[in-house]
Design a protein around this ligand. Structure first.
Ligand code: SF4
Length: 404
């Protein structure tokens, strides 16, 4: 694993990933000019660019120049209000060209040469019904295709979006203006996108994600239709990695059995934060509408039926104090539920009126804690390369000494 000197400290590449994901990067125009034709790199933020450090760790590449103009260009007054936080969004990371190669800097200090994923036409595609891939699905790292929000978030539409969630903010704003919510992505459209990602891009794994819903039977109808369409169009066996489902805890936990029977590999009911008082403010729908207990019941049901590690819960890393995050991660891991770690990207939305991410020490403690828990409770994240924003696989590799 690479090590770097930054801010008077020696940091490793997982810690560097946390810093660049949470702070963004200024990307020189020359980088796009040189690499957009030969690599998966584009100026549209919906492409979720990533960069690969020289030891293979993958990190989301949010270009802060484009990010701010994107917010001002396409979004509503609600989002323009975000600009008052713009000062907090200044980044000291930059990507320039050195000796013909893309190089990551912190101020004037060279950190690493990076590479990009291979070129793909994924984002130029539409499904046969005309649904554009761009804006509906993203490629993550080298192995994953993920969907932004396959069905709308009813918690957000009822006025209780999670503060950090971009889709939730959009759905809340639409509902407030009495405009209709987007229709769920059709099962055939979703399967076509997965087929392209698997057959043309070489993805091995899929994340199916939607909003949180009031109507449990309707949500399970969506999910079973996606799983069936994927199996019919591609064949579950032809997806060599995992299919992860991110769901609202269902009324009838037996639908979880059906999801596994239809090819799901693991199920997430994500808590996002452990501190319940803070979670009530940051994720109001999850706490007030569905309740913490329902999330834990669904997670425990899944591991009791299907085994340790078959259920997981995402935490947004950087929002809550380390101590409460630690308490939550231990609580879950002790029960065989894998805590996963998604780095908070404050440039998405302010949380508790702040866009200020934590420092190196916080991320280091999270890395050490999760590494210890993964080993102690034998919780191994999917055997793929890393993701853009999540770091569970990176931490697993660190915990087994594969990097480090
Ligand atoms: S419940 Fe899920 S989709 Fe809805 S606002 Fe929260 S994170 Fe976003």
């Amino acid at each position: 694993m690479n090590h770097y000197d930054l801010l008077g400290e020696r940091i490793d590449s997982i810690e560097l990933k946390c810093l660049v994901v949470s702070r963004g990067v200024k990307v020189a125009k020359e980088v796009y000019r040189r690499f957009a034709k030969t690599n998966r790199l584009g100026i549209n933020p919906l492409m979720c660019n990533c960069m690969i450090f020289s030891d293979g760790v993958i990190a989301q590449l949010t270009d802060m120049g484009f990010h701010l103009s994107y917010l001002t260009g396409i979004l509503s007054w609600d989002n323009l209000k975000l600009l008052k936080y713009a000062r907090e969004l200044e980044t000291r990371f930059s990507l320039k060209i050195v000796d013909g190669k893309p190089a990551l800097f912190y101020d004037d200090a060279f950190l690493d040469f990076v590479t990009f994923a291979p070129k793909t036409d994924f984002y130029a595609q539409k499904t046969s019904s005309g649904l554009p891939f761009m804006g509906n699905a993203v490629l993550q790292g080298l192995d994953w295709v993920a969907f932004q929000c396959l069905w709308p978030c009813e918690f957000a539409a009822s006025g209780k979006p999670c503060q950090f969630c971009f889709s939730g903010a959009e759905h809340e704003a639409l509902a407030r203006r009495k405009k209709g919510l987007p229709k769920p992505v059709g099962a055939a459209d979703a399967a076509e996108i997965v087929r392209y990602a698997v057959e043309e891009v070489g993805c091995s794994s899929v994340q199916l994600t939607g909003g949180s819903t009031f109507n449990s039977a309707q949500e399970s109808g969506y999910i079973t239709s996606y799983l069936k369409a994927i199996d019919q169009m591609i064949g579950r066996d032809n997806i060599k990695g995992e299919i992860l489902l991110y769901i609202t805890p269902p009324d009838d936990l037996a639908v979880i059995d059906e999801y596994f029977a239809l090819g799901a590999s693991r199920i997430a009911c994500s808590l996002e934060l452990w501190d319940e008082a803070l979670a009530a403010a940051v994720t109001p729908g999850k706490i007030a509408i569905r309740t913490r207990k329902k999330y834990l019941d669904a997670l425990e049901y899944t591991v009791n039926r299907f085994g340790a590690g078959k259920a997981f819960s995402n935490f947004i890393i950087g929002i809550e104090p380390f101590e409460s995050l630690r308490e939550g991660a231990i609580y879950l891991a002790e029960r065989g539920i894998m805590p996963t770690a998604s780095i908070w990207m404050p440039m998405g939305r302010p949380v508790m009126n702040s866009m200020q991410p934590p420092g190196i020490d916080y991320y280091r403690r999270v890395k050490e804690l999760f590494a210890e828990l993964y080993q102690k409770y034998d919780l191994e994240p999917p055997k793929t390369g890393g993701l853009n924003v999540c770091m569970e696989r990176d931490i697993w590799n660190y915990s087994v000494g594969r990097i480090g």
